[in-house]
Design a protein around this ligand. Structure first.
Ligand code: SAM
Length: 156
């Protein structure tokens, strides 16, 4: 199984990502590898999205996100590659902050599922083949120095 460690996206960068994807009231936002659940939570509470979902492999993080935000978001504990096919009909926006190898697999999965009309936002690691419609630089305050990220926004 391919894994990426938990490195949370800074909240300012979460907001930049959701802005880049023009998230609003008609959207159902799914974060693949949702960590502590911050992206779907911010989507619902600050951007007014209809729903926020997360899929997380790490059981501790899954339980933590459920206990913190479970009243506002839905978190599924499991491997995103098994869970994704069951969710594609429900979602309008996908976000992910995963390693390049996982992003390459994700690109293949999304293309093989023939997903259409879904916006995708990737943090730092872009799809190897599909070109983004927008690329945004995000700078967030860090503990010691500013955290710089690149956000890639796609329309499938
Ligand atoms: C870099 S962190 C990003 C967390 C969160 N999306 C954020 O931006 O704050 C990547 C997360 O993906 C999870 N993850 C890695 N591989 C996964 C898989 N195959 N299925 C579900 N979650 C996975 C890790 O446990 C980790 O919490």
């Amino acid at each position: 199984m391919l894994r990426t460690p938990f490195v949370p996206t800074a909240l300012e960068t979460v907001r930049d990502l959701l802005r880049c994807l023009s998230v609003g009231k008609d959207d159902v936002v799914l974060d693949l590898g949702s960590g502590d659940g911050r992206i779907p939570y911010v989507a619902v509470t600050e951007f007014g999205s209809k729903a926020g979902l997360g899929v997380e492999l790490n059981e501790r993080l899954c339980a933590e996100s459920y206990s913190r935000f479970g009243d506002r978001i839905e978190v599924i504990c499991g491997d995103l590659y098994f869970v994704l096919p069951a969710l594609v009909d429900r979602i309008t926006v996908i976000t992910a902050y995963l390693s390049p190898m996982l992003i390459e697999e994700l690109e293949k999965s999304l293309l093989s599922l023939r997903i259409k009309g879904v916006r995708v936002g990737l943090h730092d690691f872009p799809f190897p083949n599909v070109k983004p419609v927008k690329t945004v630089k995000s700078v967030a305050e860090g503990m010691l120095w500013p955290l710089e990220s690149t956000l890639y926004c796609y329309e499938l």
